[in-house]
Design a protein around this ligand. Structure first.
Ligand code: NAP
Length: 240
């Protein structure tokens, strides 16, 4: 039986590439999204991948969604916590709402969905969790104390949960992308983006596919000795 994979934020950007890569590898993929129905419908029409709308930062919505996915497709054995947002500002201008939104969406979502899928993975004695962190969680970034804290939290969360999952055949890893050409990065002012690219030894932004290949590697059935690791995919921008 094909294994069931849930990719949060799986309808656009990096997540869409991950969803497509996992489907190409024979997984039954469900891609979640937050509110952009048009993008999700276009993605579904292009790929045939099932899409489901819920806020990954809201425990109640995650709970209902996981229950429905389990009923419709079977237990989730591969979980990719990819959903993420930015709300950038220096601390002086950062509101409590901007802090909470970024922590809940990026880090709270990892708790919500791991909590709700872990028992089924334990029962199957198989699980693959990949949490999408960021170079900015490793290195910090001006104007991103919320995002850097959430992403850095993901890296700690990953290493702790990896220790809990190991004896049940569940691996938990993180990917730390560098700057990848998606809507999130297209929102960066062009002059700032040019300065960022100048600091990438490979001389280009990453493509979503570069990250998706890493997820396919970490979620393979025979990747069973890789756990608690962070795979940096950043064109050499930050060697950690
Ligand atoms: N792009 C980069 O350079 C870069 C670098 C390092 C790390 N990352 C991380 O990689 C991940 C993907 O980034 P991206 O650039 O592909 O982002 P993106 O193009 O902005 O796409 C974000 C996806 O996440 C979904 N999403 C947002 N908030 C959500 C929520 N509360 N619940 C469920 N889904 C939600 C969006 O749904 P809608 O379509 O409905 O909005 C969309 O599918 C994020 O975790 C990001 O922090 C990105």
């Amino acid at each position: 039986m094909a294994r069931v994979a849930l990719v949060t934020g799986g309808t656009r950007g990096i997540g869409a590439a991950i969803s497509a890569e996992l489907k190409a590898g024979g997984r039954v993929v469900v891609a979640s999204y937050a509110g952009n129905d048009a993008a999700a419908a276009a993605f579904h029409a292009d790929t045939g991948i099932a899409v489901v709308r819920f806020d990954a930062g809201d425990f109640g919505q995650c709970s209902e969604a996981v229950e429905k996915i389990h009923a419709d497709h079977g237990p989730i054995e591969i979980l990719v916590n990819n959903a993420g947002i930015t709300r950038d500002a220096t601390l002086a201008r950062l509101s409590r709402e901007m802090w909470d939104a970024v922590i809940d969406t990026n880090l709270g979502s990892c708790f919500n969905l791991c909590k709700l899928t872990f028992d089924a993975m334990r029962a199957k004695k198989f699980g693959r969790v990949v949490n999408v962190g960021s170079i900015n969680g490793q290195a910090g970034q001006y104007g991103q104390v919320n995002y850097a804290a959430a992403k850095s939290g993901i890296h700690g969360f990953t290493k702790a949960l990896a220790q809990e999952g190991a004896r049940f055949g569940i691996t938990v890893n993180a990917i730390a992308p560098g700057y990848v050409d998606t809507d999130m990065v297209r929102a960066v002012p062009p002059d700032v983006l040019q300065k960022i690219i100048a600091r990438i030894p490979m001389g280009r932004l990453g493509q979503a596919h570069d990250i998706a290949r890493g997820v396919a590697f970490l979620t393979a059935d025979d990747a069973d000795f890789i756990t608690g690791a962070t795979l940096s995919i950043n064109g050499g921008q930050h060697m950690y």
